[in-house]
Design a protein around this ligand. Structure first.
Ligand code: ADP
Length: 264
C-alpha cells in the first residue's frame, strides 16, 4: 500500500482508503459467512449420532433390564455412534485451527515406509489388496510424519470406501519433487462435482458416505496437510472407472526456514 499522509489526504488518497476499507469489509463478511456455515453444518452432522445415542439410551432405560437383545443392540449402537462423534469432533478441531496454529514436527521421513504401514493396517482392516509401486530408491522427505500418515490414511480409506477392487499406490520422483499417486478403480466422481470435493462436509452421495463412515471432512483435511507441506494435490476421476489422487511435494521443504534439506 501507498502511505497516506496524515494531515491533508488528497482525493486519490481518500479513494484509496475507501477502497481498502471496502475490500476489508468484503473479506470479513465472506469469512464470517464461511464460519457461520461451518458451525451450522457441524451442528447438523453432530445431531445425527446424538439422536441415535439418545433414542437407544431411552430404549435401554425402558426395557434394558428385561430385554437382553435390546441391551446388546443399544450398547453396540451407542458405542459406534460415540466413536463417530469423537472422530468428527477431532476432524472439526483440526480444521478449525488456523494454519499458523498447526505445529508441524518436521523430520526426515521415508514415504515408502509410511505407505507400507498404512497399507498394511488398512489391508488387514478391510481385506483389500493394496499394491505399492516404488519407482525411486529412497523416497525421503522432510515432513511431519504423523500428518503424512494421516493424509495417506484419508486417501487410501477413500479409495477403499468408494471402490471394491484392489488399490495402487505409486511413489516416484521428478526433478525436485516427490510424487505419490493413489489409484482406485471404483465409482469415480462426477465431473461437475469434482471441484466441490474440498468443501467442508461435501459428499457426492451423502447416504452412501455416511454408511461407510464418511463425514465430508477427509479431503478438506488432506488439502490442508498438503498445503502445510508446500505441496499440491490433484484429483483425476472418471465416473464408473475410478479415481487417482496425485500428491506432489518439494523435496526441499522449509517450514519458516526452520528446516531445509534433502536430496537423499
Ligand atoms: P468422506 O469422508 O465422505 O469420504 P471426503 O472429504 O474424504 O469425505 O470426500 C468427499 C467426497 O468425495 C466423498 O463423500 C465422495 O463422494 C467423494 N470421494 C472422495 N474420494 C473418492 C474416491 N476415491 N472415489 C469416489 N468418490 C470419492
Amino acid at each position: 500500500f501507498k502511505k497516506i499522509s496524515r494531515d491533508r489526504p488528497s482525493k486519490d488518497e481518500l479513494d484509496q482508503m475507501a477502497n481498502t476499507f471496502n475490500n476489508m469489509m468484503e473479506l470479513l463478511e465472506r469469512s464470517y459467512k464461511k464460519q457461520e456455515q461451518f458451525v451450522s453444518d457441524a451442528s447438523h452432522e453432530l445431531k445425527t449420532p446424538l439422536t441415535v445415542i439418545e433414542s437407544y439410551a431411552s430404549m435401554l432405560k425402558r426395557w434394558g433390564m428385561e430385554r437382553p437383545d435390546i441391551l446388546e443392540e443399544a450398547i453396540d449402537a451407542i458405542h459406534s455412534e460415540s466413536i463417530r462423534m469423537k472422530q468428527l469432533t477431532g476432524q472439526m478441531l483440526l480444521l478449525a485451527k488456523g494454519d499458523t496454529q498447526w505445529e508441524l514436527k518436521i523430520e526426515k521421513i521415508d514415504v515408502a515406509d509410511i505407505c507400507r504401514e498404512t497399507a498394511k493396517y488398512l489391508q488387514q482392516a478391510f481385506e483389500r489388496k493394496i499394491s505399492i509401486h516404488l519407482n525411486t530408491d529412497h523416497p525421503l522427505m522432510m515432513a511431519d510424519g504423523k500428518k503424512i500418515k494421516q493424509l495417506l490414511y484419508i486417501l487410501v480409506d477413500n479409495a477403499i470406501k468408494y471402490s471394491e477392487k484392489p488399490i495402487d499406490i505409486s511413489i516416484s520422483r521428478s526433478n525436485h519433487s516427490l510424487l505419490l499417486a493413489i489409484t482406485d478403480y471404483g465409482i469415480g466422481i462426477p465431473k461437475d462435482e469434482l471441484a466441490r470435493v474440498y468443501e467442508r462436509f461435501f459428499r457426492v452421495d451423502k447416504a452412501r458416505s455416511r454408511d461407510t463412515g464418511g463425514s465430508g471432512l477427509g479431503l478438506p483435511i488432506a488439502k490442508k496437510i498438503v498445503a502445510a507441506h508446500n505441496g499440491e494435490i490433484h484429483i483425476d476421476s472418471e465416473e464408473g472407472k475410478g479415481t487417482t489422487v496425485t500428491l506432489k511435494f518439494p523435496l526441499h521443504f522449509s517450514n519458516d526456514s526452520k528446516v531445509s534439506l534433502i536430496e537423499d
